[in-house]
Design a protein around this ligand. Structure first.
Ligand code: GUN
Ligand code: FE
Length: 447
């Protein structure tokens, strides 16, 4: 493959992608033309007469780049560790102390320089990040994404509640937190990167006073900025909001002006039908974080139910509540979790009473959530390789298992089976190239 130095290129490949929750689209041997980062045409190779810059090999497939809707950037150093406590204890024991250390800008930069390229190598072309309460570290995160060419939404975390936060990692007041959040929006916009946007980030209701939540709803409105927060994540968090606000988490966020179009609600495991209808009505969306939910959620997110209710659903790693940096791993686990929800898990119940029939999702729906679903939540023209969208894409090697077929030729595999392999098995080692906005990014993982 040739490297392209700017964001205009043509690439010959077989494309696999999911335009809808239940449709696998396979376009064999097409040429995708990209001008200024925008997909201008997709033409069968036999009908294409222009210059081709990049040709994928027979054992490679072109897929849309992955959209991770939920990452706690300063938790990168504890990825894969410390998941031995419930959420409300884990935050105080491990997470707030780690995040507090991002007052040190050198430390923060070291972490960002490790994390951003690693996530790109795992196929995450768009990342929605929580920073910390520190403006310099948060701005540096946005600058690091711009420098490495990752599409990103970066939020300065706001948290001022005297009981929901430790006194050593807390905003001094609601007014201070709103002012610092406004300054962070300005600083990120001042970077002037077309790839990186700010996002208003009240951590979650237990960590924020009503005054802060109201102020941030107003700030998002006044500055036309997206919002992210956590919603009905666990039994404890869900009940805490009912006890404090006298309504569900979803309703409370709406009352604070935070349930806006494209608001990213992390987790949202414990939603009523009314909550789902309200999220759909407001055109907010959910970041489904299946690996994290296994540790903190106390239940399985009912993805099928949310989709049937018309809610936009994407996928998130929830680094480091989820122990993998890979959205492929999360997509695979979303399938597994939905199967356990469908069947149920308690052998003391009769099979017919054990699960929630109709809950299972397959590789197509899981990949849709990791791509087009995330794009729908954010309302950005990404997540699918079609004319008019930005060219964010991955070249992925199809796995073969020494079954006598040449690597990737997979003579016995149908398109559907090849796609399933991609969703369930792809690791960074199988991702040969990453493009964001038509630019091929370095470093590319070496095999
Ligand atoms: N709720 C509030 N903060 C956090 C966090 O850092 N991780 C997760 N998973 N949930 C949260
Ligand atoms: Fe989270």
């Amino acid at each position: 493959m040739n490297d392209s130095t700017d964001n205009t290129l043509s690439i010959r490949a077989t494309v696999m992608q999911t335009p809808t929750t239940d449709q696998l689209e396979v376009r064999h041997d097409v040429v995708v033309e990209v001008f200024g980062g925008l997909i201008a045409s997709i033409t069968p190779a036999d009908d294409f007469h222009g210059q081709v810059d990049v040709v994928l090999a027979d054992d490679q497939v072109l897929v849309p780049g992955l959209i991770d809707l939920h990452i706690h950037a300063p938790q990168w150093p504890q990825l894969g560790t410390g998941l031995d406590m419930p959420l409300e204890e884990w935050l105080f024991a491990y997470t707030f102390p780690l995040e507090a250390s991002f007052a040190d800008e050198d430390f923060a930069q070291t972490v960002w320089d490790s994390m951003v390229p690693t996530l790109l190598a795992n196929g995450t072309t768009t990342a929605v990040y929580y920073g910390s309460t520190h403006n310099p570290a948060t701005t540096a995160l946005a600058a690091t994404c711009a420098e490495h060419g990752q599409r990103a939404f970066v939020g300065r975390v706001a948290m001022d509640h005297p009981e929901g936060t430790p006194e050593w990692y807390r905003d001094d007041s609601a007014a201070d937190a709103v002012a610092a959040s406004a300054a962070s929006i300005d600083a990120i916009r001042a970077l002037g990167s077309p790839l990186v946007e700010p996002i208003v980030t009240p951590r979650f209701i237990p960590a924020c006073t009503d005054e802060l939540l109201t102020g941030l709803g107003q700030l998002a409105h006044d500055t036309d900025t997206l919002v992210q927060t956590h919603c009905s994540e666990s039994d404890w968090e869900h009940q805490y909001v009912i006890d404090r606000c006298g309504m569900s988490d979803t309703e409370a966020l709406d009352s604070f002006g935070l349930l806006r179009p494209s608001t990213v609600l992390a987790h949202s495991v414990h939603l009523s039908d009314d909550d789902m209808a309200m999220i759909a009505r407001n055109r907010a969306g959910i970041a489904h974080c299946p690996l994290s939910n296994a540790y903190f959620g106390n239940a399985v997110f009912p993805a099928r139910r949310a989709l049937a209710a018309g809610v936009a659903v994407g996928l998130g790693t929830d680094i480091a509540g989820g122990p993998s940096p890979s959205l492929f791993a999360n997509a695979a686990h979303a399938i597994n979790a939905s199967r356990q929800l469908d069947d149920g898990v308690d052998i003391n119940l009769a099979a017919a009473d054990r699960g929630m029939a109709g809950s299972r999702i397959d590789a197509i729906t899981a990949f849709w959530m990791a791509t087009k679903g995330g794009a729908d939540v954010l309302d950005r023209p990404i997540g699918l390789l079609e004319v008019g969208r930005r060219f964010d894409a991955l070249a992925v090697t199809i796995q073969s298992f020494g079954d006598g077929t040449p690597p990737g030729a997979a003579a016995t595999d149908s398109d559907e089976r090849i796609f399933e392999k991609i969703v369930r098995l792809t690791t960074a080692a199988d991702i040969d190239a990453v493009w964001v906005d038509g630019r091929r990014l370095a470093p590319v993982p070496q095999k």
